[in-house]
Design a protein around this ligand. Structure first.
Ligand code: CTP
Ligand code: MG
Length: 228
């Protein structure tokens, strides 16, 4: 069974607010998107990559793939209005390539420093369990706040923060698309609507998502050895 990475670059990065979508900004001279594509390209267990691009930036994506010689990208598909629409476009492209089942790993290109071990652990989890999601346990206390007062404290041992890749068998994604019409914030949410409970794969701090401009500076520091 083949493993496909669906790398999401369909957003505009409005919270970074640079005009250029954040996936094209540089960390140490290289585009954020390129780090993400290379992470999956260098992993032997990934067979093919579907890149989901914002429709206005397909040419830039093609140029980067050619410049950095990223051979595993087999298709560039247009993103949609929401992240969920973009994921669906990528997954349906996988479906167009596959008559049987496949392993699909959905990754935010805005998480450029995903480690190979995280990718491999997700593939293993999908093989054993059908689906997986990368997440990290919270280390701080978590409150429910009402009127700016602590209403209650949650049991943090049960609370995890979602990262990507979020992964499942192609057949499970298709089943979810057939049955579920709501908007979900991620793939674990989508899959929950058909009763699927993705296995947790531990992520790490380096796999943080770039959301605001300062996250890029943070990531430069971490990549340069600031992270212990
Ligand atoms: N994404 C996508 N298609 C969309 C929206 C988002 O492929 N319609 C991708 C982004 O390119 C990003 C990932 O999903 O890699 C996570 O989304 P987010 O961090 O929200 O990125 P943006 O939507 O680009 O940023 P913002 O919400 O600040 O505009
Ligand atoms: Mg967004």
């Amino acid at each position: 069974m083949k493993s496909y990475a669906v790398v999401l670059a369909g957003g505009t990065g409005s919270r970074v607010g640079k005009g250029t979508p954040k996936q094209f900004l540089l960390i140490n001279g290289k585009e954020i998107l390129v780090y993400s594509l290379e992470a999956f390209s260098y992993c032997k267990e990934i067979d093919e990559i579907i890149l989901v691009s914002h429709p206005d930036y397909v040419k830039q994506c093609e140029e980067l793939i050619s410049k950095y010689n990223i051979g595993k990208v087999v298709a560039i598909v247009d993103g949609g209005e929401t992240r969920q629409d973009s994921v669906k476009n990528g997954v349906m492209k996988v479906k167009s390539f596959e008559s049987g089942d496949a392993i699909v790993l959905v990754h935010d290109s805005a998480r450029p420093l995903v480690k190979e071990s995280i990718i491999k652990d997700n593939i293993k989890a999908v093989k054993e369990h059908g689906s997986s999601t990368t997440a990290i346990p919270v280390v701080d206390s978590v409150y429910i706040v009402e009127n700016n007062e602590v209403n209650s404290c949650l049991d943090r041992s049960r609370i995890f923060l979602a990262q990507t890749p979020q992964c499942a068998l192609l057949s499970l994604f298709i089943k979810a698309y057939e049955k579920c019409k709501s908007v979900y914030s991620d793939e674990a949410g989508l899959l929950s609507c058909i009763g699927v409970k993705p296995k947790i794969v531990f992520g790490d701090a380096l796999n943080a998502k770039i959301t605001y401009e300062n996250d890029i500076n943070e990531m430069k520091n971490r990549k340069n050895g600031g992270e212990k």
